[in-house]
Design a protein around this ligand. Structure first.
Ligand code: 5GP
Length: 174
């Protein structure tokens, strides 16, 4: 039997991006490998499937890459959480604090049928600020948020402690 694929080998570590002193975990090298990307989305889909979601929500923009193929595998729909000025029609928004400054996410007002079971996805969980804001925004839009999922978790930052939903991840770094 072949050994299970080690997905960590497909993550490229780039020092000093986007700023000096930051080590960036680049998923480009994962998604460009047909085999590794199949395995990654398949594993995450199996974990997420246990939450029985009706809909997946992806956070712009690497969360879109993560959520869309998994929604197809699970046979659910997919909705977008986007930066300001991107979504047409009426939106619901939420401002949230970053390390420096503020950011804002939007969702279309009718994106969620009230009570739908929604799982929110991003590529990476660091401090948890982005996912915590996304969970709050989805609830404002009427969702029952049943979980949050990422490809990569930076465990030392304890981002999952900021979330009041179950979290799963495929690859962790201290
Ligand atoms: P948090 O809000 O949890 O502190 O940061 C997570 C957000 O920052 C995610 O949207 C993620 O895309 C982005 N991010 C922060 N650091 C990295 C990194 O090293 N690699 C990637 N791919 N995304 C990162």
């Amino acid at each position: 039997e072949p050994a299970p694929l080690d997905l960590k080998k497909y993550i490229r570590e780039i020092p000093d991006f986007p700023k000096p002193g930051i080590l960036f975990y680049d998923i480009s090298t994962l998604i460009r490998s047909a085999e590794a990307w199949q395995v990654a989305t398949g594993r995450l889909a199996r974990l997420i499937g246990t939450w029985k979601p009706d809909l997946l929500a992806g956070i712009e923009s690497r969360g879109f890459l993560t959520a869309a193929p998994i929604a197809q595998r699970l046979g659910t729909g997919f909705t977008m959480l986007r930066k300001p000025g991107k979504l047409p029609g009426e939106t619901i928004s939420l401002k949230y604090g970053l390390e420096y400054g503020e950011d804002e996410l939007h969702i279309q007002k009718d994106a969620i049928i009230p009570g739908q079971r929604v799982v929110v996805l991003d590529d990476l969980l660091a401090t948890g600020g982005t996912l915590a804001a996304s969970v709050e925004l989805l609830r404002k839009a009427g969702a029952e948020v049943v979980g949050a999922s990422v490809l990569i978790e930076l465990t030392a930052l304890k981002g999952r402690d900021k979330l009041d939903v179950p979290v799963n991840s495929l690859i962790s770094y201290d």
